[in-house]
Design a protein around this ligand. Structure first.
Ligand SMILES: C[S@@+](CC[C@H](N)C(=O)[O-])C[C@H]1O[C@@H](n2cnc3c(N)ncnc32)[C@H](O)[C@@H]1O
Length: 166
């Protein structure tokens, strides 16, 4: 006899099972559809989910929260970071010290100016672009855990989106 697989959560809104996910501001995001997806799929018996075009990670994150084993895939590097931070990561968070490390200029470092040169006058002002160049460098070189790096990048993506909406 097949063991009964009980859904971990009721068919109610997925928001009911502590599913915080920031607004994605991305046209192809399924942020507004995850309730519908869950309500239609939760009665099925399944343990694993393959999210082939993972994008913002909102669908993977929902299923992970529902107790499913999730494989997230996306060919863009920034999305790969989101998958690492939200799906593969099982609980690594940034400490206050990590955050200080990211936002504090490090003495003796010659910071890159890639964002300042490439995006001048487009999204953010010069001082903000310089801040971003430093933060990106600090994340890459001063955080020594790939999940912390990914969480920090995800936070940076969100901060940029909020400051300069799509
Ligand atoms: C519609 S969006 C993502 C939808 C996602 N469920 C969400 O809610 O954000 C499609 C994603 O597929 C990715 N993608 C497109 N073609 C791909 C390919 N051949 N291999 C891997 N990822 C791909 C894109 O980078 C994009 O992030």
């Amino acid at each position: 006899m097949q063991p009964q697989q009980m859904p971990l959560f009721s068919p109610e809104s997925v928001r009911a099972f502590n599913f915080p996910f920031p607004s994605t501001r991305y046209q192809g995001s399924k942020w507004s559809l995850v309730d519908w997806i869950w309500e239609n799929l939760y009665p099925l018996r399944f343990d694993t989910v393959l999210d082939v075009f993972g994008g913002t990670g909102v669908v993977s994150h929902m299923f992970k929260n529902a107790g499913k084993q999730v494989i997230y895939n996306d060919y863009l590097t920034f999305n790969w970071n989101i998958g690492l931070a939200l799906v593969e990561n099982r609980g690594i968070v940034l400490s206050e010290y990590d955050i200080e490390t990211i936002v504090t200029p490090s003495g003796g470092v010659v910071y890159p100016d890639f964002i300042q040169r490439t995006f001048q006058g487009i999204y953010f002002d010069d001082a903000e672009n310089a801040w971003l160049d430093r933060a990106v460098y600090n994340i890459d070189h001063l955080l020594h855990d790939r999940y912390k790096q990914a969480v920090a990048r995800f936070a940076l993506f969100q901060a940029c989106l909020i400051k300069r909406p799509y």
